[in-house]
Design a protein around this ligand. Sequence first.
Ligand SMILES: CC/C=C/CC(=O)SCCNC(=O)CCNC(=O)[C@H](O)C(C)(C)COP(=O)(O)OP(=O)(O)OC[C@H]1O[C@@H](n2cnc3c(N)ncnc32)[C@H](O)[C@@H]1OP(=O)(O)O
Length: 312
Amino acid sequence: MAQYRIVSGSVAVISIQNPPVNALSAAVRNGLLLSVRTASSDPLVRSVVISGHNGPFCGGADIKEFGNVSHLESGPHLVEIFESVEALAKPVVAAIEGFALGGGLELALACHYRFGHSEARVGLPEVSLGLLPGAGGSQRLPRLLGVRAALDMIVTGRHVAAGEALNLGLLDRVTDGNTVDAAVRFAQSVEGKPLDDRRLGNRPCPPLENIDAFFEDALNRVRGRARGAAAPLACVQAVRGAATLPFLQGMALEKRLVETLMTSGQAQASRYCFFTERGAARWTTPTGARWDTCRARPISTAAVIGIYASCI
Ligand SMILES: CC/C=C/CC(=O)SCCNC(=O)CCNC(=O)[C@H](O)C(C)(C)COP(=O)(O)OP(=O)(O)OC[C@H]1O[C@@H](n2cnc3c(N)ncnc32)[C@H](O)[C@@H]1OP(=O)(O)O
């Protein structure tokens, strides 16, 4: 769901509400798009703030929906929502508390300004799910940070703390106080100001010297570390698209790459690991012992069972 309210007379505050991490499920996507359209058509609304309900901004696309076509299709695609956010004729400010990860950061990148709490962190961790940022992140982030910093974040998937994000230019402001209140005050101060330059889809990537050599080298380094994983290499290809193609062509390349990755065995296995790791953390023995409270026994013998071999 997305909650919609008007504050200070002219600011529409859209709050993503899907605990515990405010993932972008079909219901949230429907609510977000409806809220953006409502804010766009209401003449009393002059600016918009997007935040997460009760803490985290957004943990990204709803991973539970991946591989489930009927869930995915029961809400608009993230790309469509983010295009409407970026195209809005009123300033949109992301108010980031907790974390903005994956599609959550891609949403923030579609906003015209980004405010973060000093303890917030942001990142594009899709690579660890065997994917790449497939809702415009691979095209907007390099346009904001430049190719080197964006490639590093996208290929490693690392979480970046608010202070570093501010230095990189990923956040416009960081506050120790109430992020939504600060974002609302700021949104009011930029009402009516031009937005063209704030739309990352309108900007070219900052120029890079010896672009071919740079990406050749990046591809070799990433291939060396990837140990057969396809996603990190696709990330490099997508960022190269951002550096060399107009925005819409880059988006088309990103779409082709993510569609291929999404159905791959590597992505399915990574999703399985994601949920199994969390399930294992909850597991207890009948006596109440948990993995993190009991003592490990020494391993004296190890064996591989159930190995599957195929001959071609
Ligand atoms: C077109 C393709 C585009 C894709 C764009 C994407 O957005 S892909 C998704 C990118 N996002 C991520 O990879 C973030 C994954 N989540 C995390 O890293 C962590 O959960 C967190 C957000 C940092 C929060 O960590 P914390 O330790 O506080 O909580 P848990 O990890 O235990 O998670 C709590 C429960 O929430 C479930 N969950 C977390 N993220 C998602 C998600 N994105 N979608 C669906 N569900 C998610 C998690 O499974 C836990 O639930 P359980 O029932 O306990 O398993």
